[in-house]
Design a protein around this ligand. Structure first.
Ligand code: ZN
Length: 300
């Protein structure tokens, strides 16, 4: 087997992202399976797992980090369909992307030996690859929580000499300031407007449609949100529905007065108006967020 290079690996990982755009929706399953495998590789130095062994853990990861409405295919699809350049599967009978078949055949998957060897060859490379996967399929709010669950350290990684050469669009450095000004330097949900030394503090420019999913750095795709509401919006706890009214996901539970004040009381309130002549978020981007990010149903 040919040795895998870093450049080739990042190229394959980059093409996972492009496959996502075809239907306009997100498909976080393969990235989440890969992230789980990377955590295991870090922990155990090996990546061979039977389907039965990994199903429950990966299923939890999918529940936590992808929209619940889309979770019908669970783990069998990415286990079966993950690219052959990265992953090999074998079993005692012909495999199909069905839970029952994968279990009966005692299906086993592992990273291609060349990929495994490469990832173990350099300290920090596992983390750099995991970070790349989060960057290309999610948004910043997911990095720490995902790394926590899979057992990687966000402080670690960033390998000198790794050139990530996929055609990733550059972020517009002016986006943040333009969005904050358009929203009068206030959270569009709660109105928080803290400043220190004339600079906004804990107010952030959120993308409605994620940058990683093709959302542009344009004002009609931006919202100024305080740090808490930014995170809750990115994680699908809060959405913006009809007539720009805020919706709270059924699955959210908070028992404190603070949860009432900062979350439940927002239900059905309209977001605030932007400054004169600045656009509201586009309905297309809001709809993308409701469909692809907002957690519509309670997880049983
Ligand atoms: Zn807020």
């Amino acid at each position: 087997m040919e040795a895998m290079t870093k450049e080739a690996l990042f190229e394959i990982l980059g093409s996972l992202r492009k496959a996502n755009f075809a239907g306009g929706g997100r498909s976080p399953y393969k990235p989440l399976l890969l992230l789980w495998i990377l955590g295991q590789l870090k922990k155990n130095g090996a990546t061979e797992f039977s389907y039965a062994d990994l199903e429950q853990d990966v299923s939890h990861l999918i529940d936590e980090f992808s929209p619940t409405s889309a979770n019908r295919y669970r783990v069998e699809m990415p286990f079966f369909h993950l690219e052959n350049d990265l992953w090999q599967i074998s079993g005692s009978e012909k495999l199909e992307p069905k839970r029952s078949v994968l279990r009966r055949a005692n299906a086993v998957g592992r990273l291609q030996p060349g990929v495994e060897k490469l990832l173990l060859s350099e300290p920090g490379l596992i983390e750099a690859v995991a970070r790349f996967i989060v960057d290309t399929h999610f948004t910043d709010s997911y990095l720490e929580p995902i790394f926590d669950v899979i057992g990687l350290d966000v402080e670690f990684g960033g390998v000198p000499g790794v050139v990530i050469s996929i055609d990733q669009k550059k972020r517009d450095p002016k986006f943040r300031d333009a969005v904050l000004i358009a929203w009068r330097k206030q959270c569009a949900m709660c109105g928080y407007d803290g400043e220190m030394f004339n600079t906004s503090v804990a107010i952030e420019a959120a993308h409605v449609k994620w940058f990683s999913q093709g959302g542009p750095d344009e004002l009609d795709n931006g919202l100024a949100l305080c740090s808490l509401h930014h995170k809750l919006f990115d994680r699908g706890v809060l959405g913006i529905g009809q007539e720009f009214k805020i919706v709270v996901a059924d699955g959210f539970i908070g028992k404190s007065p603070a949860a009432d004040q900062f979350v439940y009381e927002l239900q059905d309130k309209s977001i605030r108006d932007p400054a004169p002549n600045k656009p509201m978020p586009s309905l297309d981007f809001l709809e993308w967020h409701i469909k692809q990010v907002f957690q519509k149903k309670n997880i049983a």
